[in-house]
Design a protein. Structure first.
Length: 377
């Protein structure tokens, strides 16, 4: 072997660093490590997230030598798309590969004045809410930063710009597969990228994190990023919520609401959105509406009623249209801001609660492997 050949061979086998999920501070350190100035981080952020560049050769304000160096040690790699579906109402759903035969889903919802992207943060979900297709799939792992932000990058690259010339995605909601606050370590950097002027430049009012109620991380989020918060409440008392949203047994409604009001105080008294899925003969009576109104009275709260979207294997049924309307009217009569979410993309299973993807549940995998080992012995 020629002198130095072994070193070159080892270097060629070293995985290239994916820059897509790097925040400005991380890119500053990356460039410092290769002897470059901090401003290179801002240049590359703009190229990746604003100018849609994946090839370093296209980043023309970088020197040729730096572009060649980046080609050797780094990459801009987006998640692999398995499929794309489009609803009759214009909603688009993508299925992204997440390894080991698994996949997560992302949904784009177009409106005349905005384009909302619903993104996933986990492969499956461990919280097992009784009305959610994702929870029924089980849980495998957290998505990494590049896998989460890559959903936004892909959407902006694939969809036509809005009439004002700005990217298609104007709003991002963490309402896809998974519990965002259970993947806090990877979700927080994505929030920073979404709000960075050098990346997506979205107002924090246009970024919403939806949570089933992980109280300690609600408080952390208020200090770290303070974007819009939506809380999956779905029941006005602990007895019912324990059944519908099992994490309530760990963080009951009183503790959850206290965290919400602390969050609102740090956001200059902006509203907290409470999501409430309407389940026939389960949580949809006027008595439930009165109980909910009493919980939220006088607080910076608004309620978003969500007609249940059915999926295979689930026994819940959607509340009748008249029942939902009367429930909303009762909340309004009690002084609450209450709206009903319009169902979008249900013909391609892209509506709220229907995202399932492909998940190998860790618990089931472990039990299966344990069974095989037992059989061998």
């Amino acid at each position: 072997m020629l002198p130095g050949t072994e070193k070159i061979s080892q270097e060629s086998q070293t995985p290239r660093t994916n820059l897509l999920g790097k925040r400005e501070s991380e890119l500053v350190q990356f460039f410092a490590d290769i002897g470059e100035k901090p401003f290179r981080a801002r240049q590359v952020l703009k190229w990746m997230h604003q100018r849609n560049a994946s090839q370093f050769e296209d980043m023309t304000d970088l020197s040729k030598s730096l572009r060649d160096q980046l080609d050797a040690i780094a990459a801009v790699t987006l998640p692999t798309v398995i499929s794309e579906q489009q609803s009759h109402d214009g909603t688009v759903k993508w299925l992204f590969e997440s390894g080991a035969g698994q996949a997560v889903e992302t949904v784009f919802i177009p409106e005349p004045d905005r384009g909302t992207l619903c993104i996933s943060s986990q492969v499956g979900c461990a919280l097992d809410c009784s009305f959610c297709a994702t929870g029924a799939q089980g849980f495998n792992r957290n998505l990494q930063v590049d896998e989460i932000v890559g959903q936004v990058t892909h959407a902006n690259r694939q969809l036509p710009a809005r009439s004002n010339g700005k990217p298609a995605v104007s709003n991002v909601v963490f309402m896809g597969m998974g519990e965002p606050l259970a993947n806090y370590r990877n979700v927080l950097p994505v929030l920073e990228l979404l709000s960075s002027d050098y990346a997506y430049g979205l107002s924090r009012r246009r970024i919403t994190v939806s949570t089933s109620g992980i109280v300690p991380n609600i408080d952390k989020l208020a200090d770290d990023c303070n974007v819009a918060l939506a809380v999956s409440l779905h029941a006005p008392n602990d007895a019912l919520r324990d059944v519908l949203v099992p994490i309530n047994k760990m963080h009951p409604i009183a503790d959850l609401l206290d965290a919400c009001w602390r969050y609102a105080e740090k956001r200059a008294n902006r509203f907290i959105t409470f999501e409430y899925v309407m389940l026939r003969d389960v949580n949809d009576t006027l008595a439930h509406a009165d109980e909910l109104a009493s919980l939220l009275a006088g607080k910076p709260a608004k309620v978003n009623l969500i007609p249940f979207n059915p999926f295979t294997g689930n026994q819940h049924k959607r509340s009748a249209g008249g029942t939902i309307r009367k429930f909303q009217e009762r909340l309004q009569q009690r002084g609450l801001v209450a709206t009903t979410r319009r169902t979008r993309g249900d013909d391609i299973d892209a509506a709220c609660g229907q995202l399932a993807g492909k998940v190998r549940d860790k618990v089931k995998v472990r039990l299966s492997e344990k069974g095989r080992k037992t059989a061998r012995h």
